[in-house]
Design a protein around this ligand. Sequence first.
Ligand code: NI
Length: 392
Amino acid sequence: MLAEIKDLAENLAPRLIEIRRHLHSHPELSGEEYQTSAYVAGVLSSCGLHVTESVGKTGVMGELSGNNADHRTLAIRTDMDALPIQEITNREFASRNPGVMHACGHDVHTTLGLGTAMVLSQLSEALPGNMRFLFQPAEEIAKGARWMVDEGAMSGVNAIFGVHVFPSIPGKTVGIRYGALTAAADDLEIIIEGESGHGARPHQAIDAIWIASQVITTLQQAISRTQNSLHPVVLTIGEISGGRAPNVIADRVRMLGTVRSLHPDSYASLPNWIENIVTNICDTYGAKCQVNYHRAVPSVQNDAKLTQILESACREAWGNEQVQIINEPSLGAEDFSVYLEKVPGCMFRLGVGIAEQKNYPLHHPRFDVDEAAIVTGVVALAYTAYKYYQAK
Ligand code: NI
């Protein structure tokens, strides 16, 4: 089966590169993937999959039946949206939509989903169970997975795999991580209300800016003193506004931030922990406060057994050369975790670093990929899917 998958993927390489370049030159923003999803639906239909469009706004679902020896369904999720970035790669297939760019490699992900569907559709008689391909919109705004799940994309699914390209891993290498891959990312809004007054007489006012500075400083220090150092927490206030004039005490400050954590204990305790600190400081100085803590995306926790299936599939396919175990999790976030609230899953990283040239990071206007990695990604997904049905 491995040899057949490799042959099919190799033969499809020119077509897959063509698909990737088409997607790359026609990027669409989160939630607006109309042309992309129509294109995806067309390719899936042409290889005989049962296609459902508009699953979670612009999401697409493609289903492939196996030979029914196993009644389970394995899902593969790939995301389709681009970013509001002006591309400056000078590639002939660079973005034709001004100010919009596939700078996070979701064009490659979509191609991997399509390529895997193409390969497995030709091997469906040897595939024991069913496959469901989820082409997800709006990953960059962390909404698309929820949209698709809410519309039943996971009903009947037993497990799920996902992939993200990574420029700091050499092209054609698969990065595998056991346990936490990405962090939980929560949204934080803090509003502090004091009392205005003359800048010369602060004792007659309640200075919301000074209290806000106490809140920020205390939160940062308290992480190191009251959170378990072995369970990383990052709290970033990225936006702050308040005050109207240099000589007027500000009566209101609004701060917006992001809170990242990996461990379930931190994840559970952070909302109250933050609220207590903010409330205590504001109480001390007579200000009122509101803390709005919003759960956005949980942590991606890779399932051990599925990760093992992926690892052994990749080692079998390429030996140890093209397999890299990732030792550290990322504090970035990924809404693949929303599917993991329903079933166990595993997300891996596909190296797309180009040899002997500077590789720009994800979300950079010069971000570029080693297209040879597309075949690697398709083989990894297709063979892992096959192995999933072998491992009971
Ligand atoms: Ni991404």
